[in-house]
Design a protein. Structure first.
Length: 282
């Protein structure tokens, strides 16, 4: 089943056909509110609002482990993630979509960022953090629309809730980033640990503060762009769900997570963690 994670501006889509609220309980606490099964263009999907139904959690407060675990528990095989981002590149304009292929983590270590630890030892590779199968399928679908899509983006994830200083913004560009946000780490890494294919669709709302020649936008302007981006994202989503499991068919994600990344005999895993670990490895 396909799962959708909705970030800022994507907490809901008006054309969702509601099916059922889903159990939020996980071994890591409750996942975000507004976790539900929906129907999109005739196809059942899971949907979770990253920050909660009413956008009640800061990026640092999101329970990323619970969100990813809940999706896996309820049958997700792949994730399409919708997020609002700032642009660090003139060509990436408000209203454009950017498909991230790489990440730079500049969070501050507050976030619970792995299912490992406390008696569970393992390592997974994040060299290629997104599902290239899903990206290739999206390229065909996105070509049908008149909004501009950019590929091979590098997303720098900051802690927030503050936006960057100008010196920071310029340093991120020097590091190779071209979009900036506050939520993809550890989300993409946890999806990898859980063996879930992950496709990030990032929608530019504004330019970051690196260039004084670009007027700084107002909150009202950002909100308008967000509303427009929401409509575009749902049009894209309606096309993606038509592909059904072909969207992720052939993905290497299940073999790239904890299923193959455990660095210890499974019979030495603490008994109180074994059941949920097996679910993630399945």
């Amino acid at each position: 089943m396909l799962a959708i994670i909705g970030g800022s501006g994507f907490e809901n889509f008006e054309e969702f056909e509601f099916i059922a609220e889903l159990d939020r309980e996980t071994p890591f606490g409750d996942c975000a509110s507004g976790f539900k099964k929906v129907r999109i263009a005739g196809h059942e999907c899971l949907f979770i609002s990253r920050h909660g139904k009413h956008h009640e959690h800061l990026p640092s407060e999101v329970n990323y482990r619970a969100n990813i675990f809940a999706l896996k528990k309820h049958g997700a095989k792949a994730i399409v993630s919708f997020s609002a981002v700032g642009s660090l590149k003139k060509e990436y304009k408000p209203g454009d979509m950017v498909i991230t292929s790489q990440y730079i983590d500049r969070t501050k270590g507050f976030r619970k960022h792995t299912f490992l630890g406390e008696g569970i030892v393992g390592h997974v590779s994040l060299a290629k953090p997104i599902c290239d199968i899903m990206e290739q399928k999206l390229r065909t679908v996105a070509s049908k629309f008149d909004f501009q899509t950019h590929y091979n983006g590098t997303y720098i994830c900051i802690e927030g809730p503050y936006f960057s200083t100008q010196a920071e913004s310029k340093s991120y560009i020097s590091a190779g980033a071209n979009i900036i946000g506050m939520t993809h780490f550890p989300e993409f890494a946890l999806a990898r640990e859980a063996g879930l294919a992950y496709l990030p669709c990032c929608w530019v709302t504004d330019y970051d503060c690196w260039d004084d020649s670009i007027p700084h936008v107002t909150v009202a302007e950002v909100i308008k762009v967000m509303k427009d981006n929401n409509l575009k994202a749902f049009k894209l989503l309606k096309e993606l769900v038509q592909l059904k499991s072909d969207l992720w068919q052939g993905t290497k994600a299940p073999e790239s997570g904890l299923k193959t990344g455990l660095f210890m005999p499974i019979d030495l895993v603490p008994k109180n963690k074994l059941e949920w670990l097996k679910l993630l490895m399945n």
